[in-house]
Design a protein around this ligand. Structure first.
Ligand SMILES: Cc1ncc(COP(=O)(O)O)c(C=O)c1O
Length: 446
């Protein structure tokens, strides 16, 4: 695309005002990585360079970029109904999307509360858990259990149950009454596992220790990502989630799966709950619901939880919670078009079928300089690199910059880990291309 032909290709002349999230601002502004447009598997820089998307945006553009049916649905919706009040009123597509999402979820997870992001979804789920116990007369159940290395967004609830130190240590005392399970990763036992590692199911038993310490009567819920994505792709050990479920059942604790990344096909199923045959009490989702086009998140709730709230005078609000943009019309239209596309192109199944090819290609990086571990699950992989002696995180950061500037590939890095998680439309030859580019990148930062 010729430079200067549309507003998206104009390079800004002042980079100062914008404070970028989760980004080293000074380094970025000294050498910006700008993306002007996108289509399917590629981004295009303002000067027209095509860059392969190895990370589905931020794990969200599962259907690929700027897909025509989704774009058309958003356009039509903007012309028809821009907004309707989310409290005391509603618009038809909110109900339609809720039914469609519920139909994808397992068993009696059949009610959907909408919000605008994964962080809001997590805070919503935690609040529902607390209120649920409260209205049932078990108001002492206020403790929330997360997991070390968990990522649940950036709200105060999410960082409290989350287990990433840098996301927590600057922000005070966080929520009171939170405890954490141990992380499920152990390199000595699990290195270079494809899929769920054999070692580690017993780590779920730590929940019994936590229950013994605090007593079940004080604990409301346990929240985990079925596969911890943001902290570096940590698949659950075989049998781990089943054990968590059993312990939660034994003690009356609600189990929340944070499926903000694992939802909508990332692991080959609508939700990871189905892959593992483990049914949580709530599922949080975001990202893939609209394939990243319009912000949206939500919580899918089991029927008995919803029913517990449906009492008292009928004119009184049952749950004092919600967002101005809950079930926003543009997000609902985008969500419906996205779910249609997933179904028509059978993208969840495609992800499942490509998993072995993807895993083999990823493991092909074994033996390259500084590669300490490779993990794969669904259409996701992570490569841990050895740190440079002088600067932790520097090698992976350099890899991300090199991949974008020199290999025309977007990768995501977290700590010293390169994470790869492409749109589900990725072709077999593009899988080869991604790992070839990553191999060159790893050599370049050796
Ligand atoms: C598991 C999980 N939960 C919550 C979030 C937060 O989502 P958002 O950035 O939309 O607030 C993320 C984001 O990556 C996530 O991976």
């Amino acid at each position: 695309m010729p430079s200067g032909s549309s507003p998206a290709t104009v390079i800004p002349n002042d980079l100062e005002s914008y404070w970028l999230p989760f980004t080293p601002n000074r380094a970025f502004k000294a050498a910006p990585r700008l993306i002007a447009r996108a289509k399917d598997m590629h981004y295009y820089t303002p000067d027209g360079r095509a860059v392969l998307d190895g990370t589905a945006g931020l794990w969200c553009t599962n259907a690929g970029h700027n897909r025509d049916p989704i774009v058309a649905a958003i356009r039509a919706q903007a012309a028809e109904l821009d907004y309707a009040p989310a409290f005391q009123f509603a618009h038809p597509k909110a109900f339609e999307l809720a039914s469609r999402v519920a139909a994808l979820a397992p068993k009696d997870l059949d009610h959907v509360f909408f919000c605008n992001s994964g962080s809001e979804a997590v805070d919503t789920a935690l609040k529902i858990a607390l209120a649920y116990h409260n209205i049932r007369g078990e108001g002492a159940r206020t403790r929330l259990i997360g997991r070390e290395r968990g990522y649940h967004g950036v709200g105060f609830g999410g960082i409290s149950v989350g287990g990433i130190v840098a996301n927590r240590k600057f922000f005070g005392a966080l929520l009171a009454g939170v405890d954490h399970l141990p992380a499920t990763y152990n390199r000595a036992e699990q290195a270079f596992s494809k899929g769920e590692p054999d070692w580690g199911a017993h780590l779920a038993d730590d929940l019994e220790r936590i229950v013994a310490l605090h007593d079940a009567s004080t604990i409301a819920a346990v929240i985990v990502e079925p596969m911890a994505g943001s902290t570096g792709v940590l698949p659950p050990p075989k049998g781990y989630l089943e054990r968590l479920r059993a312990i939660c059942d034994k003690h009356g604790l609600l189990l929340i799966f944070d499926e903000v990344i694992t939802g909508f096909g990332r692991l080959g199923y609508p939700f990871a709950a189905e892959r593992y045959g483990v049914t949580p009490d709530m599922i949080t989702f975001a990202k893939g619901i609209t394939s990243g086009t319009v912000p949206m998140g939500g919580v899918i709730v089991r029927k008995p939880i919803y029913d517990a709230f449906m009492r008292g005078p009928e004119h009184v609000v049952e749950l004092f919670h919600g967002y101005t943009y809950s079930a926003h019309p543009l997000a609902c239209a985008a969500g419906l078009a996205t779910l249609d596309l997933y179904r028509e192109e059978q993208l969840f199944d495609r992800s499942k079928k490509l998993e072995p090819t993807w895993a083999d290609a990823a493991m092909g990086l074994k033996g390259l300089p500084n590669v300490l571990d490779i993990r794969t699950i669904g259409l996701t992989a992570a490569v841990d690199l050895a740190s440079r002696p002088d600067a932790v995180g520097r090698r992976a950061y350099d890899a991300m910059v090199h991949a974008f500037n020199n290999e025309n590939l977007v990768v995501r890095v977290t700590g010293e880990t390169i994470a790869l998680t492409p749109p589900l439309i990725v072709s077999e030859s593009q899988i080869g291309e991604i790992f070839e580019k990553v191999a060159k990148t790893i050599k370049a930062v050796a």
